[in-house]
Design a protein around this ligand. Sequence first.
Ligand code: PMP
Length: 457
Amino acid sequence: MVSNLQARDAATVLHPYSNLATLPSQGSLILERGEGVFVYDVDGKPYIEGMAGLWCNGLGHGREELVEAAAEQMRRLPFAHLFTGKSHDPAIALAEKLKELAPMKAAKVFFCNSGSEANDTQVKLVWYVNNALGRPQKKKIISRIKAYHGVTVASASLTGLPNNHIDFDLPLPQVRHAGCPHHYRFAAPGETEEDFATRLAAELDALIEAEGPETVAAFIAEPIMGAGGVIVPPATYFEKIQPVLEKHDVMLIADEVICGFGRLGEWFGSTALGMKPDTVSVAKQLSSSYLPIAGVIIPDWIDEALTSQSAKIGTFGHGYTYSGHPVAAAVALKTLEIYEREDILGHVRRITPHFQARLKALGEHPLIGEARGMGLIGAVEIVADKASKRLFDPKTGMGTKIVGLAQEEGLIVRAIGDGIAVCPPMVITEAEIDALFDRLGRALDRAEEWATGAGAR
Ligand code: PMP
C-alpha cells in the first residue's frame, strides 16, 4: 500500500532516472531529514546513506558551517553573474582554489551547475577550439561503453549506456565508444589485467586509425567508472592508453564528477589512477552537494585559443545564468576549506583498507561474482552462477530486490544492472562501515534465500 504522500508524488513528479511503470505501485522512499551519514524517512526510520545521495554528499548531512556560508552570502549578494564583464569574489576565490588543486597545470575554470553541463561544455570547447585552431575536421570524441557522463544531449551521447540513448535519438554522430575496461566481464579467459589493458590500448589505437587521427579530437574517461557499475580499470590501463592518445594528438578529458575531491583519498582520481588529463570536469563533492555547482578546468593552450578567437569574433558565446552562482560558490569554497581543515582526504586514506576489506569479503557470498572497488567506492556483482558468471534472468529484478531488502534493513544502496554500488559519505567511521556492510550482508542473505526458494536460478 502506498501512502497518501507517495500517491501525490507518483501523480505529480516525473521522476528522473526511474522506472516510470513500476514506481506508482512501489512508491518512492520519501526522505525528510539527515544527520551525518544517516537520512530519515517521513516515518522517522533511519537509513545509512550508503550512496552519499548520488555519489555526492561527501560531508554527510547537518553541516551548519555550510548553512552559514550560504546564509551569509545570500544576505550579502544572493545573485550576481559572470557574463559581459561582471564578476564576484566567491567565483574568483573558488576558481583560484580549483586552479591550485587541479591535477594538471590549470589556467582557468568555467563554471556550470551540473556534471552534465560540465561535460557538455567540454564537448563544445573541443569543437570550438579545434575550429579556432584551424583544424575543423578534428571533432570526434571517444568515450567508453558503460561510461556515465550525464544526460544533456552531448553528455548523454558520451555516456555509454543503452537507456540513455534508446529513443532519445542519441548518440550524436561525432561520438564513438571504445571498449569497457572491466576485467571480470570482458577479459578473455586467462588474460591478465596487464594483457587486457594492452589489448584495450591496441583496440583504441586501431579505432583512432580507422576513424582517421585527423578527425579524432578527444578521449573522455572517468578515473573509475561510476554509474556504469563502479568499474576499476585493469592495472596499467591509463599507462597504456595515454601514449596512444599522445601519438594521435588526442586530448584527454578527465570526468572527475564522482572521483574528485577525496573519493579515492586524493584530491582527484586522476592522481590516484595515473591519468594526466588536459582538462577536468568537476561537480558533486565540490560543494558536498549542498548546492549545485560544477566546473571545467582548462589549461593555457585552450584558454589562449579561446581568447584569440574572441579577438577575432568578439563574444565567447557560451555560459549559463547560474555559472558560478555566488551562493553555490561560497558553499563550495567552505566545503573545500572543511576538507582541508578536517583532513578528509587523510581520513579516506585511513578508513579505506577497512572499507575495502569488508567489501571484498562479500565476494565470498553465494550471490556475488565479483566485489570490486577503490578508496571509498565499490560494487558487488550479482550472479546466478559463480563459476560461469551467469547473470540472473532480468525478469527476476534481482538488483532492485536487493535494494528493497537493504532498505528494509536500514541501508540505501543503488542497483546498477547486475551490480549493487556503495559510495558512502567520506566522513563515515569504521563502526558505521561495519553497520553498512552488516546490513548489506543481511539483505544479500535474504535475497539468496528468496532466490533458492523461488527457483530463480
Ligand atoms: N559524470 C559523472 C562521472 C557522473 O557520475 C555524473 C552523475 N552521476 C555526471 C557526469 C552527470 O552529473 P549531473 O547528474 O550533475 O548532470
